[in-house]
Design a protein around this ligand. Sequence first.
Ligand SMILES: Cc1cc2nc3c(=O)[nH]c(=O)nc-3n(C[C@H](O)[C@H](O)[C@H](O)COP(=O)(O)O)c2cc1C
Ligand code: SF4
Length: 369
Amino acid sequence: MSEEARRQLLKMLMERSYQYRPDNPFTLSSGRVSPYFIDCKPVTNSASGLALVVVESCAVDPSGVGTPRMLRAYDDSFLDDLARIAREIHVGGALACCQINHTGRFAFVEEPLAPSPVPAFGRTPREISLSEIPGLRQAYAAAADRVKRAGFDMVELHGGTGYLLTSFVSPRTNLRTDAYGGSLEGRMRFPLEVVASVREAVGPGFPVGYRFEADEWLPDGFQLDEARPFARALEKAGVAYLSVMAGTYESFFLPEVMERSARDGYMADLAAEIRKEVSIPVIAAGRISTPELAEKILETGQADLVGLARVILADPDWVQKALTGREDDIEHCRADCDACMSQVMGGQSVACAAWPVEKIQYVKSMAEE
Ligand SMILES: Cc1cc2nc3c(=O)[nH]c(=O)nc-3n(C[C@H](O)[C@H](O)[C@H](O)COP(=O)(O)O)c2cc1C
Ligand code: SF4
């Protein structure tokens, strides 16, 4: 992506104020889209004020499906559903981005794949052979092409949460001794090759973003010192923006990480560190609970954009309330609650615990097959 195209992308996003990441897997257990997903007010409401809707991660390959309700992008039979989502996002006035992913060692399959056989939650994944690597690259590329054909404006690679791309860069989960392991250069080879394949598949002018793991928050894991050069390498490889996150399923529930994650703006400092390394836009997320905090993050230059997930799940009118001076009416995500994450991990459809009971019942009924 040229410098000019990058600047244009940032301008386009900034003009629309806030980014929104829905992260509501209102999908049916077959991976098909539920009526509620399409009905989802924050996505389709043209007055929402949202800049960019990043649709939750869609599997690039059957071996990378993380939960029964995960969206999928590995076959043209999913094209119509993806196209419906993109259309509805556009009706709402936002740019549409679709995240693609292989859940690697956390996959909900008989034989999860990983760079090395490092056990996860009692299951030992199978080491990916050298001969399988081109096929995996191709799976990401084909899924990205499908996202483009479905009418999305951009695609995002999920490089966080300990999924396949993170597991390659992590010294904890990548113990390989071939060209795809060892030094940081070897460990980042696969993600960079995936970026190259995806870039080639979607062609110039179609932005490819990256959900970026800045720190696994594990003592032997991938940490900020290695994240800095990796961020620079991704920029060089043509990534359009970095959406910074931290933690993996293996650290999210550690007491110290839970304590840290309960704080407002808990990943903004990491976004700020990554922003020092690159000139592409950087997105900060993580309990950006109030418009005041969002403004502070932007004004102090910690990030170029803010991402809202649970924040806006708890109150779909967050942006509207922010724009019309009704901050005091915002319904806040509860810092001591992990209901939505537990529902996702348990393969259920998501209903926020802060919603009125009738809405929870309605959403659950829409998600039934
Ligand atoms: C239920 C749930 C599902 C999520 N799904 C995704 C996902 O598909 N892709 C992704 O990059 N992040 C996902 N996330 C992480 C969020 O994007 C975000 O980084 C994190 O929740 C912090 O922001 P928040 O405090 O506004 O929720 C998910 C989070 C939750 C709680
Ligand atoms: S209140 Fe609970 S269920 Fe609702 S968004 Fe926050 S963590 Fe998720």
